[in-house]
Design a protein around this ligand. Structure first.
Ligand SMILES: Nc1ncnc2c1ncn2[C@@H]1O[C@H](COP(=O)(O)OP(=O)(O)OP(=O)(O)O)[C@@H](O)[C@H]1O
Length: 443
């Protein structure tokens, strides 16, 4: 009796991988222990040239040099060259998800392209065990003239999976895309979000051992992002390994246990995702106040600015709270004269200021009395994952919703630091609630 197939076999009659022709034949199953590293990167370096003509010339010289026994490409930098990635080493194990964090141009996509074999390293080594599924460049590997359905077969073929193996998966792939009738439309008419849906759905259903995902979630809508996060969690729980490049701290925190921070192609920090994000945001700080936020420039009270914010405070020592804690938000304002019928509200943003997590206005308008006063509200059980957040506020006219005074848009928003045990299930639960609903008690 042959051993049972260790793969997620696509043939119902499969007995074992050697006796039958079950997929993946080009990638024989490797028994992997949990301790085994699926990806091992050692001293990886990649250089690029800033000038196209020079780079073509260097390319020709490198090919010629490789033809000579013992000779190889130039080890150092030549004129107009720079290191896109330099001396990078890390490991990824089964069931692990790694976030690659870094500013634009830090070398994140270069790393994923090297891992996927799209480009060759100039130095160092990459050892990958198993099959790689990658979503690196949107639209790459898709034929714009073919329909979504036809592209599913083509993309699977590029990953070494034949038509007969794809057929049983087709309904699930199409369902995952959520494209409906658009699946029969040529891909050239797809929006970038639709392309991302199609590309992710194919990669997700072919059970790669390592999944490389580069920013595809950014172009998808909230529904698609949730679906992908759900899928990633299931994929990881089933023993898959993931490398995620994203500029969305929430995505990385929801999915990844570890994070690498790249700075100008070099490894700057390695730790838990929260530590890595903390490192990244504290080292991203621009000029201004010590915590990296720009200096606050308070407008003076005048006819042009009849209401100004003086301060926004958050309860808790240094505004550090535990996830699920209550938070008291207090604004201090000055009004030149009585202002009838206003509402004030607050907005909680991710620490890079790119995504609004939650926003709330009281249902009833208030009247602002002249002089210096305070307004406060209590947020009950704030359901935020660990990390830094920015709190902004606005006082607006109730009727027109035109803002009268703002805190945090042009000047310094207040920073809220949330601490939490990094629990994957808890995080995914919270991720699914995005945009987070908060229970507010207005005072
Ligand atoms: N084919 C190439 N030829 C020349 N330079 C390149 C090439 N590909 C990438 N680079 C350069 O390498 C550096 C790193 O690029 P990469 O795309 O890896 O950055 P990234 O961290 O993914 O940035 P982003 O967050 O903007 O996607 C950049 O300076 C980029 O201009």
């Amino acid at each position: 009796m042959p051993a049972p197939c260790p793969n997620t076999c696509l043939r119902k009659s499969c007995g074992c991988c050697t006796a039958c022709r079950c997929w993946p034949r080009p990638f024989p199953p490797r028994p992997m222990t949990d301790a085994a590293a699926v990806v091992t990167v050692r001293n990886l370096s990649k250089k690029f040239c800033t000038q196209l003509r020079t780079s073509l010339w260097y390319g020709l010289r490198d090919i010629a040099a490789e033809a000579w026994p013992g000779a190889g490409p130039a080890p150092g930098l030549r004129r107009a060259e720079f290191w896109s990635l330099q001396d990078l080493s890390f490991e990824l194990r089964r069931g692990e998800a790694l976030a690659i964090i870094g500013a634009n141009g830090a070398g994140k996509s270069t790393l994923l392209k090297l891992l996927n074999g799209l480009i060759k390293p100039d130095a160092g080594s990459i050892h990958l065990r198993g099959r790689v599924g990658a979503l690196i460049e949107l639209g790459a590997g898709l034929d714009p003239v073919l329909t979504g359905r036809e592209n599913i077969f083509m993309r699977a073929a590029l990953l070494g999976v034949g038509r007969t193996q794809v057929l049983p998966l087709l309904p699930a792939i199409i369902e995952f895309t959520g494209l409906g009738a658009a699946i029969e439309m040529p891909v050239q008419f797809y929006s970038s979000g639709m392309v991302a849906r199609l590309a992710y759905a194919v990669a997700a259903h072919l059970h790669p051992d390592v999944l490389l995902v580069d920013e595809v979630l950014a172009v998808g809508d909230i529904d698609f992002q949730r679906k992908c996060i759900h899928h990633m969690m299931g994929y990881l729980a089933a023993g898959g390994s993931l490398i995620l490049v994203s500029h969305q701290p929430h995505h990385m925190q929801a999915v990844c246990q570890r994070g690498l921070v790249l700075e100008k192609g070099r490894l700057a920090f390695e730790g838990t995702t929260t530590e890595a994000l903390d490192y990244y945001f504290s080292h991203q700080a621009g000029p201004g106040s010590p915590d990296g936020l720009p200096e606050r420039t308070t407008p003076t009270l005048s006819e042009a600015h009849p209401v100004v914010f003086e301060n926004l405070t958050l309860s808790g020592p240094g505004a550090v709270i535990q996830s699920g804690d209550d938070v008291l938000v207090t604004i201090t304002y000055q009004a030149l004269r009585p202002v009838p019928s206003v509402v004030w509200g607050f907005f909680i943003y991710t620490c890079d200021g790119s995504t609004c997590i939650t926003a709330a206005y009281p249902p009833e308008p208030t009247m602002l009395a002249p002089g210096r006063h305070q307004l406060s509200c209590r947020l009950r059980g704030l359901p935020l994952t660990a990390g830094d957040y920015l709190v902004k506020s606005a006082i607006s006219d109730f009727e027109s919703r035109q803002s009268i005074a703002l805190w945090g848009w042009e000047d310094a928003p207040s920073r809220l630091h949330v601490e939490d045990e990094p629990s994957v299930t808890k995080n995914i639960h919270k991720m699914l609630q995005q945009l987070v609903t908060v229970d507010v008690e207005w005072n």
